[in-house]
Design a protein around this ligand. Structure first.
Ligand code: PHE
Length: 345
């Protein structure tokens, strides 16, 4: 019939033309569907003859469509058609925790078991919290112990021209001790992790920012023995049973007495290496009994309460744990470095 010749002559020039063709003949409201509907009504004898014709007609239209459909599928579908579906998939890149975060988490977990709670403070800090309340006297050289980044005076309208800005990037997390104590009542047993900034040239051993974990414990009758036992427990948990530690007298304006704590070198086990400068010992933190002046500054009765504090650099702790020799690796975001710390969680 007329449709047969139309189908045979059909030569689509575009995907739209082909689609028109499909709708006209093969669509759910198309000619073939209609013919099959009519076919239901005819007599059985006619069905035998017509059925054959109809089926041939349908096959003709389908064949035409199938022969042409690949001509217009477009570049994207061409590519898809030529893709080898048996190849393994590309998979997703799964991110991992940053080594500093892994170690911070580990430190926090250890102190949590001793009842320490977490606290945080701002990275832009005022002179009071970073220095004055911590017993750094005005214009005292102790302030130069830590090379401070001051925040531009113009951003603080209250600062007179020519005067040093009252705001700075905190040089240590000890500022959080002050914030905690001035807003609460003893006892305090807190751990304060965070980023700190110092104006130092960037090298393998120093950076202008790094991370610390501060610890604070204030209550009645807290002694230096409590400090030692707390840190002893921490070191055994983090670096393993049998890691030795020693305390050396030191100075911080906000602790009295003050000490620095060394651990036996976890890398060479005392045999001598660069990390411990061939001494067998590496310093990992500063600590001491909170100076009564600091307690007075935050209105805590220094006759009734005593306490200890400690502060450690997470980078140093991490270096010792994973034997990393260049601090800059932590902030360069080289995935080859970061991937080595990928964990399940
Ligand atoms: N804030 C000191 C530092 O950054 C470390 C410290 C913290 C020392 C608490 C004593 C007590 O070097």
């Amino acid at each position: 019939n007329q449709y047969t010749s139309e189908i045979e002559a059909f030569e689509p020039k575009s995907a739209e033309e082909l689609e028109q063709f499909r709708i006209k003949f093969l669509g759910t409201k198309g000619i073939i569907k209609d013919l099959f509907d009519e076919f239901k009504a005819v007599s059985p004898e006619q069905k035998r003859v017509l059925g054959k014709v109809l089926n041939q007609f349908k096959q003709l239209a389908e064949a035409k469509f199938n022969d042409n459909k690949d001509n217009f599928t477009g570049a994207a579908q061409d590519a898809a058609a030529s893709e080898d579906l048996t190849l393994p998939g590309e998979g997703f890149e799964i991110g991992g925790r940053h080594p500093l975060n892994l170690v911070r988490k580990e430190i926090v977990e250890i102190f949590k078991r001793l009842g320490f709670v977490l606290a945080e403070g701002p990275e832009i800090e005022d002179d009071w919290h970073n220095f004055s309340a911590l017993n750094f006297p005005e214009e005292h050289p102790a302030r130069d112990m830590q090379d401070t980044f001051f925040v531009e005076a113009s951003s603080n309208p209250e600062t007179e021209k020519g005067k040093k800005s009252e705001f700075a990037l905190r040089t240590h997390t000890s500022s959080v001790q002050v914030r905690l104590m001035e807003h609460g009542k003893p006892p305090f047993r807190a751990l304060m992790p965070g980023r700190v900034y110092r104006n130092e040239a960037i090298s393998a051993r120093a950076h202008c920012f790094f991370h610390q974990v501060e610890g604070l414990y204030v209550d009645e009758n807290v002694s230096f023995a409590d400090l030692k036992q707390t840190l002893y427990y921490f070191v055994q948990e983090l670096y393993g049973e049998g890691t030795k530690l020693r305390f050396r007298p030191s100075y911080f304006p906000f602790t009295e007495p003050s000490a620095e704590m060394d651990i036996s070198c976890t890398i060479c086990k005392g045999a001598g290496c660069q990390m411990c400068k061939y001494s067998g010992w590496v310093e990992i933190l500063g600590c001491g009994m909170i100076d009564p002046n600091v307690l007075d500054n935050v209105n805590i009765d220094s006759k009734k309460y005593t306490g200890f504090a400690f502060g450690m650099g997470i980078e140093r702790i991490t270096n010792l744990k994973y034997q990393i020799k260049d601090l800059r690796l932590f902030s360069e975001n080289d995935v080859r470095f970061l991937k080595q710390f990928q964990t399940e969680t």
